[in-house]
Ligand binder design. Sequence first.
Ligand SMILES: [Zn+2]
Length: 470
Amino acid sequence: MTVRLYDSRAQAVVDFVPLTPGKVGMYVCGPTVQSSPHIGHLRSALVYDIWRRWLNYRGFDVTLVRNVTDIDDKVLDNATENELWWALAYRVELEFSSGYSALGILPPTYEPRATASIPQMQEIIGRLIERGHAYSATDDSGDVYFDVQSWPAYGELTRQKADDMVAATDADPRAKRDPRDFALWKGSKPGEPESASWASPWGAGRPGWHIECSAMSSRYLGPAFDIHGGGLDLRFPHHENELAQSTAAGDAFASYWVHNGLVNVNGQKMSKSLGNSIFAAEFLAMAPALVVRYFLGAAHYRSTIDYHDGALLEAEAAVERIESFLTRADRRLEGTRFAGSGVELVPDAFADAMDDDLSVPQALAVLHETVRAANTALDDGDLAAVAQARGAVLAMVEVLGINPLSPSWRAETDAPAHRALASLVDSLLADRSAARAGKDFATADRIRDELAAAGIVIEDGPNGSHWELQ
Ligand SMILES: [Zn+2]
């Protein structure tokens, strides 16, 4: 088996060959914590969570680094007198963390904040100046820029010719040798908070956005690492600039570049001006977290997801199909010699799909086909086949992080309202079985009909009656 991935730099699906056998170093651009997360942010983190889970399943020891950009123009812009930039950054960071954890996105191995790696950023800037690829601004601003013309490879990631590239709008172009030169260090300006200013050989200031990721990736993964990931919208200028400054400084940097698609709403890009952004908290209030995870993870990671009203219903039905099979199978196998006997291994077709540039849509097709066939086996009483399918289904849902029986999703069914409902329904079921034992079938049927009218389905089995919400 070989894992293959679409490398954005090569613009082709290629074999993944790690720098060190059995290990993967993966750096993913995390959020700029300036305002609340929207569903595009959740999707991006989820994509790399699934990548990591699959690489783990394939036996790789994965070190995943996802940073937090806690100092940036936008963070400073959104700060107020009552909420200083670092307080804003921390509050928003917590919102991101709780969104990730609600969706079962595993914490990265390391989650560095940009403000904790300022010396590492300055070290790279120093190397770039020494090698002739960066210079101090001519206008006493204290800025330091990357010298695009000194680096002929500039544009290699997005295959743009130098003449077609747009100017970097991060500083007054008059201070630059070339309008495309971008800021590595930004000198402090009057009116900016002192707490957002660090001493440097080029004057007090703060880092540019791009240099943050170059420094944090090499600090935690070394000058050469395997995979660099991020949203498609980060390819230019962010990733192009990361690549240029790291390689110009002498680092080999990432072997592969992976980019995830974005989330549109009703066919349009989410934007502040359109006011159509769906925030993570709103989205998580629309459906159980497991359904949200299924929805955001079901599309191919490189494709655009278009959210529209009703889009979650299909995900909800899919999750219910899987859950209902696993619950039925467990009940049916309980007390038989097949209980817990299925090997938890994904089917070959599932593995082939995941190896092929993480083709989750095809992998899900295998999962649902397995569930369909297993339901037939349940109806036919073929318990050996049921046990085998149960093991395969569990392995598949675990690797995708969508196991409906996992205790991590239980918080919702353990909620007080659900516990109260469970206790009421259990007591009605006890009345019903007492009525049946006393051959009072009229009462037993009435209880069943009343529960059905309330949307509660009863299934009678050899181990008693069970219920679930329709
Ligand atoms: Zn980045």
